[in-house]
Design a protein. Sequence first.
Length: 214
Amino acid sequence: MNGITLALSKGRIFEETLPLLAAAGITPTDNPESSRKLIIGTNRPDVRLVIVRATDTPTYVQYGAADMGIAGKDVLIEHGGAGLYQPLDLNIAKCRLCVAVPKEFDYAAAVKRGARIRVATKYVKAAKEHFAAKGMHVDLIKLYGSMELAPLVGLADAIVDLVSTGSTLKANNLVEVEDIMPISSRLVVNQASLKLKRELIQPVLDAFAGAIRP
Ligand code: PRT
Ligand code: MG
């Protein structure tokens, strides 16, 4: 492809990226929510979008299947960031990574007595670093979704998950006990693409940078 390919996941990242694309003069020709197309054209013949699973975005960009992509910091931490430039925090799809437990579980007491707790999470790397920094020994259980269920059925004592409004935790009788880090989405760029296609990529980068909202 002579032009540039941008990898996006549908849902909140796609929605919140539309104003940034508009600032760069880019309008998608289809909506991934209603279309089943995985390659979406734009008003610009030299720019196309590929619709991928959120966790796969860094992989497409790392291998150059997409020149650029937009991915959550959570996803980038788990991926590791190899082969990627991360020039911009776009300040979209914001939430926080936190530790949550059932209301009746005394987390502070468990930490204090050095109990070995079981933690279910999709974010194994971030969780491992968090508990290691606190000097806590935990058994991490890798899940791929619906972490909130794990403590309710005895799979884990705690979860490490993303929270935005807090209503999912609340609906499942869980409470946040530790804030690990704020999360937002980043623009990622393939390192070779940035060198080889700079004249196409740089204006998009500049337009995105100018359109970031605080
Ligand atoms: O949904 P799917 O399994 O396909 O993949 P995904 O969950 O990785 O993708 P998507 O599109 O849901 O999320 C993409 C990115 O959005 C994530 O990588 C985050 O960086 C960011 N983001 C922002 C969130 C949230 N807010 C969020 N609230 N990702 C997930 N959630 C989930 C959270 O895991 C929990 O289950 O929403 C639930 C909590 O929401 P509240 O509002 O009830 O607190
Ligand atoms: Mg999701």
